[in-house]
Design a protein around this ligand. Sequence first.
Ligand SMILES: Nc1ncnc2c1ncn2[C@@H]1O[C@H](COP(=O)(O)OP(=O)(O)O)[C@@H](O)[C@H]1O
Ligand SMILES: [Mg+2]
Length: 252
Amino acid sequence: MPYVIEVENLEHSFGKKPVLRGVSFKIRRGESYVVIGGSGSGKSVLMKCILRLIKPRAGTVKINGQDVSSLSQKAMYSTLLKCGVLYQGGALFDSLNVIDNVSFGLVYGCGMSKKTAYKTAMKNLEAVDLGPEIARVFPAELSGGMKKRVALARAIATNPDIIFFDEPTTGLDPITTGVIDNLIVRCTKEMGISALSITHDVASMKRISDTVGLIHDGKMIWEGSNRDLTTTDDPYVRQFIDGSPIGPFIRS
Ligand SMILES: Nc1ncnc2c1ncn2[C@@H]1O[C@H](COP(=O)(O)OP(=O)(O)O)[C@@H](O)[C@H]1O
Ligand SMILES: [Mg+2]
C-alpha cells in the first residue's frame, strides 16, 4: 500500500455553509505533506474529517488503505492509536502535569506501566528540547511555545505511523519554530513517519514539506512539490508565499 492517506471528494458543511467542497489528495508512506490556505479555509476541519472527529457529509477517507467509515469503533480505535496528533492550540489536559500529558497515550492507549511510560515520555520531552524540570509542571504555568512543544512530545510519544500537525509553529519565536521544524523533518526523514501538517508559516512550509497542497474555497486548488514552490507562477501560491495584499485571494 503506497498511500497512508487517501482523501477523495471530501465534502462538509456547517448548516448551510459549505466548508469542504470536494477535496481530494493522497499522502505516500514517509511523505511530509503540508496543507496551506487562508484562515477559515477549512484546514482544521479537513484534518478532523480525516481523523473522523467530524463525520463528513460526503466523500471517502482511507487510512492505510482502509475506508474509515466502514471501520468498527474498535478497529477505528486501533487505527487512531497509530496516529499522533498535535491539535491547533495544543489541547493539553489542564488537570494533568506535563509528564502525565505526554505519557497519557502510552498508559491508556498502549497499556504501558506508568514507570515505563514516564521513561519514554522523558525522552520525548528531551527531543523537543525540554528538560526534566518541567515534568511536574501543569499546562497553565507554561508559555505558549512550551505548551506546543509538550503537545508535540505527546503526539510522537506512542511512536505513530502518521503524524498530524495543526499549526505546529504558529505563535512561536523563530528559534523554537526551527527546533519544531527540525523535529518534524527528523520524524519523516529519519524515522520514516508520514506527516500531514497544516501551517500558515511560509518558512516552515518550505523547510518541512515534500509536497504542498493549497486549499481555497473548499477545494485543493494547487498541489506541487517543495521545489515547485519556488518556480510556480500560480497566482494563489505566489500571493501566499509573498504575503502580498494584492492577488486572487479576496479579503473581506
Ligand atoms: N464546529 C464548527 N461549527 C460550525 N462552524 C465551524 C466549526 N468548525 C469550523 N467551522 C467553520 O468552518 C470554517 C473552516 O474552519 P477551520 O477548518 O477551523 O479553518 P482553518 O483553515 O483556519 O483551520 C470556518 O468558517 C469556521 O468558522
Ligand atoms: Mg485551523
